[in-house]
Structures are given as structure tokens and as C-alpha cells.
Design a protein around this ligand. Structure first.
Ligand code: CMP
Length: 140
């Protein structure tokens, strides 16, 4: 049994449609624990730094526009193998390819407005969590 932590964002398309509670219910029903959470409106600089790994991609500018278009909810999730578990709960990046019952199949509007982000590795989870949260804000 490996208890891990991952970083999650409920994106502006989700907060715009008041879906924070519904998405959190899916997360909690999947046995993932929300051990830190706050609502923020990202600045352009914060979005560009967070998604820096994608800066050469054609969609980078649009992605940063979208991520600064409204509030986000940033979270730390904890659970057994939570990196992979949350990626299963989220579904495929493109909601057209996501399985039934996943957050993106149920809620996402498009590949860009896809409702949620989750870390893709333990290493990135640690970096992403540290970008948004201090130790005393995380209560496991
Ligand atoms: P996320 O997990 O937040 O990481 C990068 C994001 O880029 C991804 O989810 C998508 O929402 C967004 N994105 C926008 N366009 C594309 C694309 N063509 N391919 C992959 N990701 C895209």
C-alpha cells in the first residue's frame, strides 16, 4: 500500500458552472481525500509558470488565457496510489476519449476546458503542490 499525494485543479469552466461540489463528490466517492483546498484567480505569470513545461506547444497561449479566465480551485489529494487513481477518476485529457463516469466525460466542455488537472507523476506532484501550498495549509 502506497499512500501518495497529488495536486489537482478545478479549472475555470468548472467554477463558472458552479461544479466545485459535484466534482469534489466524485473525488471523495472514489476514496480520495481532499487534504488542502483554496480558490484563486491565477495571474498570467502564475499560469505561464505553472504550465511552463508546455511553453513550446501551439496551445500554450490559449491554455494560459483559459486558465486566467476565471477562478480555479487548487487542491492536494491523498490516497493509495493517488497519482494514478486520480488520473482514472479524471478520464482522458480530451473528453471525447474519456470513459463514462469520469469527471471529464461528465463535465468537461472541450480538450482545453476539461474541468480538472491532475499531476502526472510523483515528482511533478511535489513540485506542483509546493507551488501553491505551504506545509501548514496541508492537513492530512
Ligand atoms: P492539463 O492536465 O491541465 O495539462 C495541460 C493542458 O493543456 C491539458 O490539461 C489540456 O486542458 C490543455 N490542452 C489544450 N489543448 C490541448 C491539446 N491540443 N493537447 C493536449 N492538451 C491540451
Amino acid at each position: 500500500m502506497t499512500i501518495q499525494r497529488t495536486f489537482s485543479i478545478l479549472k475555470p469552466d468548472a467554477t463558472r458552472r458552479n461544479l466545485t461540489g459535484e466534482i469534489n463528490a466524485v473525488i471523495e466517492k472514489a476514496n480520495l481525500k481532499i487534504i488542502a483546498q483554496k480558490r484563486l484567480h491565477l495571474s498570467r505569470g502564475q499560469a505561464e509558470a505553472f504550465y511552463g513545461v508546455h511553453k513550446e506547444r501551439s496551445f500554450f497561449g490559449d491554455l494560459c488565457d483559459f486558465m486566467t479566465s476565471g477562478p480555479v480551485v487548487v487542491q492536494v489529494l491523498e490516497g493509495e496510489n493517488v497519482i494514478a487513481a486520480y488520473r482514472d477518476v479524471m478520464g482522458a485529457t480530451n473528453p471525447e476519449n474519456a470513459d463514462a463516469g469520469t469527471i471529464r466525460k461528465e463535465f468537461a466542455e472541450s480538450i482545453e476546458a476539461n474541468s480538472v488537472h491532475g499531476s502526472d507523476s510523483l515528482e511533478n506532484a511535489a513540485i506542483e503542490i509546493a507551488y501553491f501550498f505551504s506545509g501548514i495549509e496541508i492537513v492530512g
